[in-house]
Design a protein around this ligand. Structure first.
Ligand code: MN3
Length: 237
C-alpha cells in the first residue's frame, strides 16, 4: 500500500512524463454524474489538465483527478464490497448515508462531489449566468454579485476541508451553504439540505500547489472557469 506522500511524489514525477498525453485525455465523452452501478469508476475529466490555466494549473488538475478522485472511487468500491452494499445507486447511498459505515459517507461523497465538480468547470468559462438560472439567482439573492459575495464568504470561512454550495432548497429557492470533508447537501446528515447546483472544492489539495495558503485567490480565480451551462442543467434537473 502506497502512502499518501508516495502517491503525491509519484504523481509529480509522472506528470512530467505524461504531458504528451494531455491532449489525448481532453476528448473524453460525457459521463453520468450519478452512476446506477455497484462498481464505480473514475469519470474522464472531459478537458485537458491544462485547459483551466492560468486559473487552475495542470499539475493540480492531474493530481486532483488521477490521484485524489481515484482514491475515493477505489475506497468506495472497497467499502461496498466489504459491507455487501452492491446494487445500491450512488445517489441512494448518499441520501441515506447515516445508515452506512463512515467510509461510504467519505468516499461516496468524494466520488459524487468530484464527478460534479469537473463538469462545473470549463476552459473560457465564467461570466454572468443568464436564462432560468440567472432569473433564479436574481429572485433568491437580488443580484449575481450578491450571490457571489455570499458564496465566497461561505467558501472562505469553511474551516479545514470541505465544500461551498449553491443549492436549490425544498421551496425551490436558491441558498448558499457549506459542508465539511466530503459531505454533500443531499446527505441526510447535512445541516442544510437541498439539490446542489454549484459546488466548489475548498480542500487544500484543490489549490495548494498554485495558491498555497491563499484560498481567497483560488476562489476568485475559479469564477473564471465556472461552467454556467452545467450549473443551469443542475438547476433545471
Ligand atoms: Mn478534492
Amino acid at each position: 500500500m502506497k502512502s499518501r506522500r508516495e502517491f503525491l511524489r509519484t504523481g509529480t514525477i509522472a506528470a512530467a512524463g505524461s504531458l504528451a498525453l494531455l491532449s489525448i485525455r481532453g476528448n473524453a465523452s460525457a459521463f453520468m454524474p450519478i452512476e446506477e452501478s455497484s462498481v464505480f469508476s473514475l469519470p474522464e475529466l472531459g478537458y485537458d489538465y491544462k485547459a483551466l490555466e492560468p486559473h487552475i494549473d495542470a499539475l493540480t488538475m492531474q493530481i486532483h483527478h488521477d490521484k485524489h478522485h481515484k482514491a475515493y472511487v477505489d475506497k468506495l468500491n472497497d467499502a461496498i464490497k466489504a459491507n455487501k452494499l452492491e446494487g445500491i445507486s450512488l445517489i441512494n447511498l448518499i441520501k441515506d448515508v447515516s445508515k452506512y459505515p463512515v467510509a461510504i459517507r467519505n468516499n461516496g461523497g468524494g466520488h459524487y462531489n468530484h464527478s460534479m465538480f469537473w463538469k462545473l468547470m470549463k476552459p473560457n468559462g465564467g461570466g454572468v449566468p443568464s436564462g432560468k438560472l440567472g432569473e433564479a439567482i436574481q429572485a433568491s439573492f437580488e443580484s449575481f454579485e450578491n450571490m457571489k459575495t455570499k458564496f465566497n464568504d461561505a467558501a472562505k470561512s469553511r474551516f479545514g476541508s470541505g465544500w461551498a454550495w449553491v443549492i436549490k432548497n425544498a421551496e425551490g429557492k436558491l441558498e448558499i451553504t457549506s459542508t465539511a470533508n466530503q459531505d454533500n447537501p443531499l446527505m441526510d446528515v447535512a445541516a442544510v439540505k437541498g439539490s446542489p447546483i454549484i459546488g466548489l472544492d475548498v480542500w487544500e489539495h484543490a489549490y495548494y500547489l498554485k495558491y498555497q495558503n491563499l484560498r481567497a485567490d483560488y476562489i476568485n480565480a475559479w469564477w473564471n472557469v465556472i461552467n454556467w451551462e452545467e450549473a443551469t442543467k443542475n438547476y433545471m434537473a
